[in-house]
Design a protein around this ligand. Sequence first.
Ligand code: V55
Ligand code: FE
Length: 490
Amino acid sequence: MAARAFPPSLHYQGLNAPVRMEVDIRDLGVEGEIPAEIAGAFFRAVPDPAHPPMLGEDDNVLSGDGMVARFLIQDGSVDYSSRYVKTARFEAERKARRSLFGKYRNPFTDDESVAGVDRTVANTTPIWHAGRLYMTKEDGRAYAIDPITLDTIGRWDWNGALKSETMTAHARIDPETNEMFAFGYEAGGLASKDISYFIIGADGELKSEQWFEAPYCAMVHDFAITEKYALFPLFPTIADLDRLKAGGAHWVHQQDQPSWIGVMPRYGSVDEMVWIEGPAGVHAYHFMNAFDDGGVIQLDVCLSDTNAFPFIRSASGIDRHQSQVKSSLSRWTIDPAARTITEREVGPPGDLPMIQKKDQGRTYSHGWYITYDPRQGPPIPAGPVETACNTLFRIEPGNGRIEALGMGPTRAINEPVHVASSQPGHGGWLLAVVDEAVGDGFKSALWVIEADEVAKGPIATVPLPVPLRPQVHGWWVPAAELEAAAAAAA
Ligand code: V55
Ligand code: FE
């Protein structure tokens, strides 16, 4: 009989306690004032397991059912809504009233009643492109979501055009052409080395899809584009089909294996791909940005000297505590002609980088990211790193200038989104959910922060009357784009 209670692990307690509520709250209270220019929707992807893991075993947060949440901001008022993504997996488990899917990304551990059922939980990034909202996770195709009702429209393959079985949660949208550049790894099936590289036009149609083979089957969480190139960085966190068949872990980080960067012209053929060998054993989840710089490419990466996720290190026999993982914001200068990579540290450890939409793939002056600073207090367990962030950085990677907002010992900050301003000389705002330990639980609030003056702290806060679980990624959609999409659908 399946477990009826969540196991007593840190993955289901404190800030990680499952919330499981689909809510609509109109007119949250606002402390301070939200500038009128902030009008639109802040979508958030939140893993929130609807059922205890199968057989009562512990599981990692990446398996949590995708919840799409939205702060709708207009004329200084804020509404909040949340809905589960009605994936095939969610629906099957809801009907059975229990978990039917086993270990993270291992279908050989599933209940036989769900053989062949799509396993993705669509819990990683809400992506807005060409008037459509998607909930994404790298192990499956995207799910289209109605941006107004948050109802699930369904698994999305661009009307049968996309052949890849998977799509990244980190698509990149060119700010001038409005094309979406995306990829899927394990495109041809479990543990396959196939990567699909595809482009969706500004009209929302699939324009091209090409497949290539990677040196090994890596976890390719993110990629980058410049005006000229598409970059596919591979780090040696590697899948193995035989291990999966034996019921083992999807990912093992191989510290002795090299990293690789595949570089090709972004509108070119995959036959033009050049593979450049990088340092061994390193790993990154996210890239801040990349841009062309004369004959070379600059790639700013939140780099670690091993995999930053404890559950992957433990499956890999890497006996290192989180405090022993060395990380930094690094600039990789990639010379595609000479096939070389040189590395320079440009910022402190941290992850979940954010840039202005207009800077994607371009020379840029600054961005933001978050980190855990141990000087402020012990870690609050949250997210796949099991450590919530307590500091927000604004950084100028070109010169190392940095401004920080420390949250203190009782607060955690989730990944912010950037809202642009049309006022000349105004750098816009950041919106982020901040969770605060109060009594033996947590209270969450939306914070509004001046993007160029983060150290000032929030100019407005919006407390929530319900608990929120830690977010993965978010996306800001201006009101005008939401209205245009609603008008086109009507
Ligand atoms: C990440 C998140 C995922 C996943 C793989 O943050 C990597 C990295 C929330 O799901 O499945
Ligand atoms: Fe990510």
